[in-house]
Design a protein around this ligand. Structure first.
Ligand code: FE2
Length: 304
């Protein structure tokens, strides 16, 4: 019967994965054991603390539903989501920067004509016109590219968080296909900063450690051009008070856009504008490569 001290134990557990057929799985499991054991040794973890961690993770799993992903939220607030993004996008070569997908992507969106108001039922938000273009690294326009967009309303919630979502359908969420010049444009409302969901274990942790729960205002974009790496990113609203302290660490300087406040009678597509309105202009530069667009994290509304 082997007797282990605390370091021999680690070696034995690592050794126990030696016969794993898949070398990548073997590597991942052995490194996980190393890191977890190091943590326990460094912190002299007590039984009470270990028990608390087990209970916290149990409750995190129990909080997950078809429309709620508490583990992704935990990954986000611990910076793991952005770290995975960072190690997978080390060389951008002038391509637009990436950031987290977030928990509110629900899959391919319905294609709408350019210029569509994607928040037609929102009567309180300030109106915004978004004009954009998708190009390669040299600025050559990419035509026929699907672009999914989604963002929170001016009350700080996504459509998929609302109880009547299955009935009312998508809002502030759509897909556009770039034209021959790589362009697409649409109408919506100016999103605001919003809190991550705080009614679960992640919220409990955020409060206990005196962090705030806010994300700076942004619009999500997922650009999936054949022959290019899928681009998952946000465009943030310049001037937001939470740009320097995003609870999920997702802000990059290049992704912050100046939003112009306008009083012109017409929007850029020549149609009448309510006054005042806002103009967001942003171009996406795609990096050549392969890859498939990420799948939604939630199982809600497959046709949204
Ligand atoms: Fe978001």
């Amino acid at each position: 019967m082997p007797q282990f001290n605390d370091t021999e134990l680690t070696a034995a557990v690592i050794e126990s994965f030696e016969k794993t057929p898949d070398p990548r799985v073997k590597f991942l499991m052995q490194e996980l054991v190393k890191s977890l054991h190091d943590y326990v040794r460094k912190t002299d973890l007590t039984f009470d603390e270990w028990g608390y961690a087990i209970d916290f993770l149990t409750r995190t799993g129990q909080k997950c539903t078809a429309s709620r992903q508490e583990f992704i939220l935990l990954s986000d607030v611990l910076g793991v989501s952005m770290l995975v993004d960072a190690v997978n996008h080390r060389e951008r070569e002038g391509a637009t920067e990436t950031t987290v997908l977030g928990p509110f992507y629900v899959g391919e969106h319905k294609v709408l004509p350019h210029g569509t108001d994607v928040s037609p039922h929102n009567v309180t938000g300030e109106r915004m016109f978004v004009q954009s273009r998708v190009t390669d690294l040299k600025g050559k326009p990419l035509a026929g590219v699907p672009v999914d967009i989604w963002h929170a309303d001016d009350d700080g919630h996504y459509d998929s968080q609302k109880p009547d979502y299955e009935v009312t359908g998508p809002s502030s969420r759509a897909r556009f296909i770039t034209d021959a010049d790589g362009r697409f444009f649409f109408r919506t409302i100016l999103p605001c900063s919003y809190p991550i969901p705080t009614d679960g274990p992640v919220g409990e942790m955020i409060r206990q450690v005196r962090r705030h729960e806010m994300r700076p205002a942004h619009v999500h974009f997922l650009v999936a051009a054949p022959g290019y790496e899928p681009l998952v990113t946000h465009v943030f609203i310049e001037g937001d008070e939470y740009l320097d302290s995003d609870v999920v660490f997702g802000v990059k300087d290049e992704l912050v856009a100046k939003i112009e406040k306008r009083t012109d009678a017409l929007m850029p597509d020549g149609k009448p504008a309510p006054a005042p309105w806002h103009l967001m202009s942003y171009e996406f530069r795609m990096k050549p490569g392969k890859g498939t667009a990420p799948k939604p994290m939630l199982a809600v509304a497959e046709d949204a």
